[in-house]
Design a protein around this ligand. Structure first.
Ligand SMILES: [Zn+2]
Length: 729
């Protein structure tokens, strides 16, 4: 204890030391994984103990200035001489303790060590000794891996997860200086497995009331109960493992494997409540996946984790379709994936697979990017997002949506279409250069939403009464709202309501079954409105594929757009409107003072995504601008090119991130090279009273001229090749 007299007589020098000390103490209260900025992973195979060059590998990872390195501990294969029964030692381990060697080398270079585990498969000897550890088909047979058929799938509801894995964690913790544990492949955010082992049958009897359907089907009462039982078990196992790994080391952490981008079935909000560290195993893209898939992952993760630890894995190998594990992907693609990770507020985790690579081209790609990150590290320490528009992440609609009225009975791979509403809105927001955040539908509290001028809802068909109450509260508190199509027409599980739960906000009621999907229908412009800027020269706009027929309940002056119903598109002789004009609203725009509400009866955002017709994108962008009203955007960036932007308040000031997607490989990988875009004019609102002393482009390492007028800072970014970060300090 320091007395008042001692305090008063202390020199000013020691007071400064005390102040710095207390700041360090505050930083020290945050766990190590909350402040890490760079992660790496070498993923070993069973044969690696024969040849692995530990020193060479640790030199490489250390050159990336990593905070944490992930290395294989065990699970399927133990890379150390384990004494846990049925924990399979690598058959090439010999007398080596490979994990021990790697652990010592990692710690000697001051990197945190995370043991990479796999809890999903085990060998036949374990199956014989512990049949209760394994998943079963309906006929009782175990489930071998589809390629490595000598491995069998373990069951999360069984004792493998509650007994065997914790025993392995304890053994590893007792022997090695491990800072955390990561499980590959579990729990994931995808579909629920349905297993028929003894443990699962007990769950079905006691908690579910029957065997749930094999596939995602929220129309089934058994599926609904199983979904809750399944989520509860995931959270229970996660908490148990967190407790196991911290028994000996309180500062340790368990991190599961999440990801999925915007396509999730398991409730990421609930996962975020138990996770101390959210790892998105979202390593790359294949086929027609868009380049911004990684940034979307960042937005989903941020919505549920806020400023807690989030990492995203970048696969340095070619994880396309088909996949090649042992050759590098295009360097430009790898760089853009890591750039999106950093821009969206996640921590990059660079990953190579196999200890004896014959392709080493990827090494320099990771080192270049990580060296640049390390040199500019303070500017990646975000304290909050600077965005004035929120996009509702419609978790249940993406997980379960299956319209009752016919055409959208999506199954299997088709279920990915449930995310196309969000994808279409997202693309419109990118083209319109809006600064926005995702908010999860289970986090619509006033504290969350009050920061945003507008809430945008891309067809959240499945919403609970509580979700709808919170949305109504937001609007009555002065917030503006965009909603589309079947938003609120179903309960959170997909039971159809007699009307939209938000009919009062929309100013219209659902009047019959949803119509569509049909091409060749139109939107007629009845009268001018702010949302119709840029449509001179046409009375018609392309119509959405599907729409809800409406019975209008509010004042008719909200109707500027009406429906022209479908008519044949072929043959040309038959192509004329049978009903050229109706009173059926295509959209309603309500101006209630500060709060404005726009409701589109059709799936305009999904139709925009599927068709690519820019009229629909412009209509959405105009609508968002109208919702904002006269309020100036917090940040704006004007110039040519397709970019994605993020704005952050950071520890040293502010950062504007610009990702240049202007590329022929924007919607089909891989990016081979970049096409630089020209000057971008930025206007950035800083806190009242904050004076900016310098504006610097970090990727091109140059100072930028700027001006400040009150709280608005203006500057021009001369060009962006792949990615640029502008630091305002
Ligand atoms: Zn089971």
């Amino acid at each position: 204890m320091i007395t008042r007299r001692e305090f008063l007589t202390a020199s000013s020098g020691s007071l400064i030391v005390a102040a710095v000390g207390s700041r360090n103490a505050a930083a020290a209260e945050r766990p190590w994984y909350a402040t890490m900025r760079r992660c790496g992973q070498l993923n070993l195979n069973e044969r690696d103990p024969l040849t692995l060059d530990v020193a060479g590998w640790i030199d490489y990872w250390s050159s990336l200035k990593l905070d944490a390195l992930l290395l294989n501990g065990g699970g399927i294969v133990a890379f150390y001489p384990t004494d846990v029964r049925y924990h399979h030692r690598s058959e090439f381990l010999g007398s080596r303790d490979l994990f021990g060697e790697l652990a010592a080398a990692t710690k000697s270079r001051n990197m945190r060590l995370v043991a990479r585990m796999d809890c999903n498969y085990a060998y036949g000897d374990a199956l014989n000794a512990h049949p209760e550890w394994f998943e079963r088909n309906r006929d009782g047979s175990p489930r071998p891996h589809n390629e490595s058929t000598w491995l069998y799938k373990t069951c999360m509801f069984g004792p493998y997860f509650t007994d065997q894995m914790p025993a392995i964690y304890r053994e590893l913790n007792a022997r090695y200086p491990i800072d955390g544990f990561f499980t590959n492949g579990w729990p994931s955010t995808g579909d629920l497995a349905v297993c028929h082992c003894q443990s699962c049958q007990k769950v079905y009897r006691e908690q579910v009331g029957g065997v749930p359907p094999d596939r995602t089907d929220a129309t089934s009462p058994l599926y609904r109960k199983y979904y809750d039982a399944y989520m509860n078990r995931v959270l229970d196992v996660w908490r148990r493992w967190q407790a196991s790994v911290t028994e000996a080391r309180p500062e340790s952490v368990y991190v599961g494997n999440l990801g999925g981008g915007i396509r999730t079935v398991k409730n990421v909000k609930r996962l975020g409540e138990v996770a101390r560290w959210f790892n998105a195993d979202h390593q790359g893209r294949g086929g027609d996946t868009v380049i911004w898939d990684c940034a979307q992952q960042g937005r989903v993760a941020r919505a549920v984790m806020e400023d807690r630890a989030i990492t995203n894995v970048t696969g340095a190998y070619s994880n396309s379709r088909p996949t090649w594990r042992h050759v590098a992907k295009a360097p430009a693609e790898t760089t853009m994936w890591m750039a999106q990770t950093a821009a969206s507020g996640m921590v990059p985790w660079f990953h190579w697979l196999g200890g004896a690579p014959e392709d080493t081209r990827w090494k320099e790609v990771g080192r270049d990017f990580f060296a640049w990150l390390a040199a500019n590290e303070p500017h990646f320490r975000n304290t909050r997002s600077v965005a004035d528009v929120a996009v509702l992440y419609p978790q249940r609609t993406i997980a379960f949506y299956r319209s009752g009225s016919g055409p959208r009975d999506w199954r299997g791979a088709e279920r990915a279409q449930t995310a196309e509403y969000l994808q279409g809105l997202y693309y419109a927001l990118l083209e319109g250069r809006f600064f926005f955040d995702f908010v999860h539908e289970d986090d619509l509290r006033t504290e969350t939403l009050s920061r945003y001028r507008a809430l945008l809802i891309p067809n959240a068909a499945y919403l609970s009464d509580q979700h709808c109450r919170q949305i109504r509260d937001y609007v009555s508190g002065g917030g503006s709202l965009l909603a589309t199509f079947e938003t609120s027409l179903y309960s959170e599980w997909g039971d159809r309501r007699s009307d939209f739960a938000l009919a009062d906000l929309f100013g219209a009621s659902a009047d019959g079954d949803t119509i569509g999907p049909l091409g060749n229908s139109y939107i007629r412009i009845e009268r001018r409105h702010a949302t119709l800027t840029g449509f001179d020269g046409t009375a018609l706009l392309p119509g959405p594929e599907s729409r809800v027929p409406l019975r209008e309940t509010a004042a008719g002056d909200a109707v500027s757009l009406t429906v022209v119903p479908y008519y044949p598109a072929f043959p040309p002789e038959m192509v004329f409107p049978r009903t050229p004009r109706t009173n059926q609203p295509a959209a309603l725009f309500h101006d209630r003072g500060r709060s404005r509400v726009a409701y589109f009866a059709g799936d305009v955002e999904r139709t925009f995504w599927r068709s690519g017709n820019p009229d629909l994108g412009l209509l959405l962008q105009n609508t968002v601008r109208w919702l904002r009203g006269d309020v100036r955007p917090l940040v704006s960036l004007d110039g040519d090119g397709i970019v994605e932007t993020f704005a952050w308040e950071t520890e040293p000031g502010y950062a504007l991130h610009i990702l240049n997607y202007t590329n022929p490989n924007m919607t089909r990988g891989f990016i081979r090279r970049f096409y630089a875009i020209g000057a971008q004019k930025a206007a950035f609102t800083v806190s009242r009273g904050r004076r900016i002393a310098a504006v610097r482009a970090l990727r091109t390492a140059r100072a930028l001229p700027f001006s400040q007028d009150g709280d608005l800072v203006r500057f021009e970014v001369p060009s962006v090749t792949d990615y640029e970060v502008i630091a305002l300090t």
